[in-house]
Design a protein around this ligand. Structure first.
Ligand SMILES: Cc1cc2nc3c(=O)[nH]c(=O)nc-3n(C[C@H](O)[C@H](O)[C@H](O)COP(=O)(O)OP(=O)(O)OC[C@H]3O[C@@H](n4cnc5c(N)ncnc54)[C@H](O)[C@@H]3O)c2cc1C
Length: 501
């Protein structure tokens, strides 16, 4: 088992493998897992450090400072600054995400194939399903148990029933959850089956080399073929990894195009078509204490409006983050803090139609993104439905998180104007982005896409892209399992096989 900590690499270091992978998130870990099972020599290079469950801090801001890129403070540039959250640790966002697992929706797949028929050959539905079955088994995906769902889930179920909306316990990759509500800082009990533990660890045991705390800066290309990677380890040593068979980029839908662009590898629409699911949140105040920090971070969801591009989820944040989002100053703020146990936050993931772009300017990665008017209308509708669910579940007041509206809306009547005549700017909403797609699109037309339906770069031989950069569009649901299913197909392609499981 080989894990080189970048902090310990102080001198020049060279190595040679069959396949070099950038990034150890759901995409990179899946590729490493599947290729080592086929007996290939693999190196995974990860910018962030390895974390043990005991390393995860209690404090949200400390967690963001340590385990998120840019301390969790990356924001889009466009009509409104919207935070987009990128992990930087072994396992990518998997150890610090909400653990929500969704299979790839068939309706989204059909949209993709309608757009480009050749996708059906590269990504056969049966192969996606078979890989998803295998991934769900590896991650032990199961319904969140009733005893750890928390009061927030019971109230969401009540609100959804009252509105006649379909809802269900969230399926998660967690075994033996104790409902500590700390998924997004990393589970201190190690109960989340994140990819670092479930896929990368077995790959390392089979001989994969993991180099952590090393940012890849160069994709080495010789005579039109990708031959390796180079970067600097945290300890200062320069590392070169030569790859005899393939280089796989799995650095995320923001960092993969950034790496290509900063290396001058601009063929095709690199960085274009950035899509995401802006997550918009709202809060409800209940007479009884509801303690949103108790119970699984995200244990229940409302799926009944997915056809409108809206999916609602319970949320659980650390107290520090919660407090930082409360309105008011002085005495009014202190009063809000004192009654924090009575507030619940829910979120809606919006399948936004807007397309942005990733660029590298002066060495910095910039995401240009502006939701369209139709997207903002979805934000308004999502907030209204959340508010209605809060009231139906017994909330006394609702803070829709929409600037220009009271923090203490007292009835559905006061809430309704948000949907009908509310703000038309994204800046008015409390939003963040955690699901990103599309920046190195897959397709059969080499002018309109970056990789072919076999995940291979159209212009550079032996270069593959395996993360959600290749997705032809966003999904409208939580993407990690779909990312892994497609990465498993990418691994088969790298190994020279067909897409089937
Ligand atoms: C807070 C949060 C909560 C989320 N909750 C859920 C959820 O509940 N369910 C769900 O399905 N999805 C969720 N997501 C989204 C999901 O986690 C991501 O879509 C998924 O992790 C993306 O996988 P990836 O492998 O493409 O990229 P990532 O997980 O981002 O991994 C990429 C890795 O590559 C590394 N890297 C980047 N550039 C370089 C470089 N140049 N050199 C070396 N390494 C590099 C990064 O450090 C990172 O570790 C959440 C995301 C976040 C941030």
């Amino acid at each position: 088992m080989t894990h080189l900590r970048g902090e310990d690499i102080t001198r020049e270091h060279d190595c040679r493998v069959d396949v070099a992978i950038v990034g150890s998130g759901p995409a990179g870990s899946t590729v490493a897992h599947d290729l080592t099972r086929r007996g290939l020599r693999v190196a995974v290079i990860e910018a962030g450090p390895w974390r043990e469950p005991g390393d995860f801090p209690l404090d949200t801001f400390e967690s963001m400072g340590r385990d998120y890129r840019d301390m969790g403070a990356s924001v889009t540039v466009g009509s409104a600054p919207i935070p987009y959250v990128q992990a930087k640790l072994v396992g990518g966002a998997s150890p610090i995400n909400g653990a929500i697992c969704w299979r790839m929706p068939r309706d989204v797949y059909d949209e993709w194939v309608a757009r480009d028929r050749r996708l059906a050959e590269g990504l056969p539905w049966e192969a996606i399903e078979a890989h998803t079955d295998a991934i769900e088994a590896l991650l032990d995906v199961r319904d969140t148990a009733a005893e750890v769902r928390g009061r927030k889930a019971e109230l969401m179920a009540l609100g959804a029933d009252a509105l006649g909306l379909r809802h269900r316990p969230i399926r998660r990759n967690v075994t033996g959850c104790e409902g500590l509500g700390r998924c997004m800082q990393g589970c201190p009990k190690g109960r989340k089956n994140s990819v670092d533990r479930a896929l990368l660890q077995p790959a390392i045991e089979r001989g994969a080399l993991l180099i952590s705390s090393m940012e890849v800066a160069e994709v080495l290309v010789e005579r039109g073929r990708a031959v390796g990677l180079r970067g600097k380890a945290a300890g200062g040593g320069r590392v070169t990894v030569r790859a005899d068979r393939a280089v796989v980029l799995a650095a995320s839908a923001v960092q993969t195009p950034a790496l290509l662009l900063s290396n001058g590898l601009r063929g095709g629409p690199v960085g274009e078509h950035f899509q995401c699911h802006p997550g918009v949140s709202a809060a409800g105040r209940f007479r009884e204490p509801v303690r949103m920090w108790e119970g699984a971070t995200q244990g229940h969801e409302v799926t009944g409006l997915r056809h409108e591009g809206l999916k609602f989820e319970t949320l659980g944040f650390g107290l520090g983050l919660l407090a930082s989002r409360l309105p008011g100053t002085g005495r009014a703020f202190a009063d809000r803090v004192a009654e924090m146990a009575h507030w619940l936050d829910w979120g809606v993931a919006v399948r936004a139609e807007a397309e942005g772009r990733v660029r590298v300017l002066g060495g910095r990665t910039v995401v240009f993104y502006s939701p369209t008017p139709r997207d903002i209308a979805r934000f308004r509708r999502g907030v209204r439905v959340m508010g209605d669910m809060f009231f139906a579940a017994g909330a006394e007041t609702v803070d829709a998180g929409v600037r220009g509206f009271s923090h203490d809306l007292r009835s559905p009547l006061e809430l309704a104007p948000i949907e009908r005549g509310g703000p038309t700017s994204a800046a008015a909403f409390t939003a963040a982005i955690t699901h990103m797609f599309g920046t190195c699109r897959m397709g059969s037309d080499a002018e309109a896409s970056v990789v072919g339906t076999d995940f291979a770069h159209h212009r550079i031989a032996r270069l593959y892209i395996a993360d959600s950069s290749v997705f032809p569009s966003n999904l409208g649901v939580n993407p990690q399992v779909s990312i892994m299913a497609l990465a498993a197909i990418a691994a088969a392609r790298v190994a020279g096989e067909g897409p089937r499981a």
